[in-house]
Design a protein around this ligand. Structure first.
Ligand SMILES: OC[C@H]1O[C@H](O[C@H]2O[C@H](CO)[C@@H](O)[C@H](O)[C@H]2O)[C@H](O)[C@@H](O)[C@@H]1O
Length: 600
């Protein structure tokens, strides 16, 4: 049975995450961190690459599923001729070791359940040794050990390199499973009480969600997005992954399959803006501290992305034993975009540091030093062509959005220095740079015949990132060039109202074969741009249509294919969810919520 990307739901413990399908199967789980090898990789291959299914005997897709309100605790339910049953999935906050808790609960009648656990370490490639100790099943291979136990104990047997179980639950009866990972050279960590873990997890998530300051329309979707962004945060360091998956394809059967289990400065700064806008200062501060540690050193060495603890080497490799999601290969880990020059990142980082301060984050000793160093580098670097925010692999260009963001960097640095001259810096030099960038973009990045900014200097193509020009304050929304650009992007990159990030039909700017879907964050950007340019009714319509693309549990992948009506790309993706939050804040505000971007 083909499982669509939107058939998955997310559970996690803010150090790693798992995807659970509507068939009751966990098909993706990396242990112990987001970027570790997966022990369940059926998502990118088949069941022999590892999965853990718990479902009524002979059942297919569930009849319903939902998160418990304002939490990351998932309930999946089936109605069978014998009765109804629920499986509750969660990953409790980690004490020493990561656990997956699955509680089976009889709702009516007496339902026969089947369990199948295939552990395959190192991305579905290693079949571990299984043994039985103290009534628990233990799997060991190389550095990894995994324990499975149940309360009450259920009979399990091994067959076909799989741990099977079969048991019956009556109405009101519960059977809880706990799967625990630890380094194989260490003793087993203390046992987790599954029912206590459920209570604590629910209370923690609900307490966190209650702190959301947004109370406008679509609050549920906004809170679900914020919970998802929080779940993508690696709690020990504050690093934020762009998504918990690798290689979910941007085109079914295509090669645009990338590893997103790293912390991009762009995605993370925009996530920080969303968290700040909704009132989550603590998380924003944790990420800012991560940033200051990660970028320490020579600004010329600034990377556009890092590992979740600030690691710098993320070499891209292919995993040929995995056939890919629905056959989309290669499956990759690591990401060669790490070595790219993407000039927009400097503007995003400097902007988010200044936004953090105005939102009330305490100042840190090295913050201004970092910004000065970044500005010193950008003073000359902004003139170079780069790979741009879409991380093209077809060679460097003078991307207009990159230059606009270089202007943002200079603008925020100038403003900071004007307000606090004691900080020290080259005020006149930065002012001159800001002016020079502005003039150059308006002269070389704007096509007066078509009244639109363009993808790169001299290009006749467009780019959805141009929709951000009014948002970042490069030009006021009422400027005819801005209105012309918004209209042109809507016209040329629109598909059924949703927006592609750029055209793949013209010159091969991204250097990749094939096509892709509409890019969800770009549809949110268009909604914002329509609102800023005075078309609020259309903006709200588009926002509502975009929110409606979320799956039954409120999750969004990176892209949407309007032809097949399917989600595409890594899932769930921070970019899409932060787009939803920032656009809701922009369109509806909400009592107490601060704007995602301050007034310029
Ligand atoms: O499409 C080609 C590129 O796709 C990925 O980049 C995209 O995801 C990033 C993380 O969310 C985002 O920051 C970027 O703007 C997107 O284009 C991939 O990571 C790249 O390696 C690939 O070249």
């Amino acid at each position: 049975m083909e499982v669509r990307i939107e058939d998955y739901a997310l559970i996690g413990d803010e150090q790693t995450a798992a995807l659970v399908s509507r068939t009751g199967s966990i098909d993706w789980l990396c242990l112990p961190r987001f970027d570790s090898g997966a022990c369940f990789a059926a998502l990118l291959g088949d069941k022999h690459n590892g999965h853990w299914r718990l479902a009524p005997k002979g059942a297919g897709l569930c009849d319903r599923r939902a998160y418990r309100p304002d939490s990351l605790v998932l309930d999946t339910e089936w109605d069978t001729p014998e009765g109804s049953v629920r499986v509750t999935d969660l990953m409790p906050q980690r004490d020493r070791a990561p656990d997956v808790v699955r509680i089976v609960e009889g709702l009516s009648g007496a339902v026969t359940m089947r369990g199948a656990l295939r552990l395959r370490f190192d991305y579905g490639s290693i079949v571990p040794w299984m043994r039985r100790t103290d009534g628990h099943r233990v799997a060991v291979a190389g550095p990894d050990a995994v324990w499975l136990r149940s309360e009450p104990p259920v009979r399990t047997w091994g067959e076909d390199f799989c741990t099977h179980s079969e048991f019956t639950v009556h109405a009101g009866q519960k059977v809880a499973f706990v799967l625990t990972w630890h380094p194989s050279h260490e003793p087993r960590p203390p046992l987790v009480d599954p029912h206590g873990a459920l209570r604590t997890s629910l209370a923690d998530w609900q307490e966190w969600a209650a702190r959301c300051r947004y109370d406008g329309p679509h609050r549920d979707a906004v809170v679900r997005s914020l919970i998802t962004l929080k779940a993508l945060t690696y709690r020990p360091t504050g690093g934020i992954v762009a998504a918990p998956t690798t290689s979910l394809p941007e085109q079914l059967g295509g090669v645009r399959n990338w590893d997103y289990r790293y912390s991009w400065l762009r995605d993370s700064t925009l996530t920080l803006n969303a968290l700040l806008g909704a009132g989550y200062l603590e998380e924003a501060e944790a990420w800012r501290d991560w940033l200051l540690r990660a970028v320490a050193g020579d600004p010329a060495d600034l990377q556009i992305m890092y590992g979740i603890s600030g690691e710098r080497r993320l070499r891209e490799v292919e995993l040929p034993w995995l056939s890919g999601y629905a056959g989309a290969s290669p499956v990759r880990t690591g990401n060669d975009a790490v070595t790219q020059l993407q000039l927009d990142v400097y503007g995003e980082v400097i902007d988010s540091l200044s936004l953090g301060l105005s939102a009330g984050l305490p100042e840190k000793p090295h913050m201004w030093q970092v910004q000065r160093a970044l500005m010193d580098f950008l003073r000359t670097a902004w003139k170079q062509p780069d790979e741009g925010l879409w991380e093209v692999r077809g060679g460097r260009r003078h991307f207009v959005y990159s230059k606009v963001m270089a202007w943002v960097a200079a603008d925020r640095a100038v403003r900071a220095l004007e307000e606090n001259p004691q900080l020290g810096g080259d005020l006149e030099g930065w002012r001159a740079m800001r002016e020079e960038v502005h003039q150059e973009v308006c002269a070389r990045g704007y096509d007066p015949k078509r009244n639109t900014f363009t993808q790169f200097y001299g290009s006749s193509e467009l780019d959805a990132s141009l929709l951000l020009i009014p948002r970042v304050g490069f030009l006021p929304p009422e400027d005819p060039r801005v209105v012309g650009t918004v209209d042109a992007v809507r016209e040329e990159l629109g598909h059924d109202g949703f927006v592609r990030r750029y055209s793949t039909a013209g010159p091969n700017v991204d250097g990749l074969p094939g096509d892709e879907g509409t890019f969800l964050v770009c549809s949110f950007w268009l909604a914002e741009a329509l609102h800023l340019t005075g078309r609020t009714r259309e903006a709200r319509e588009l926002f509502e249509r975009s929110v409606a693309l979320a799956n039954d549990v409120g999750l969004l992948a990176e892209e949407y294919d309007p032809v097949d009506g399917r989600q595409l790309g890594n899932f769930p993706q921070a970019f899409s969810h932060l787009g939803l939050v920032n656009t809701a804040l922009c369109l509806y505000g909400g009592k107490g919520a601060s704007p995602a971007f301050p007034e310029r």
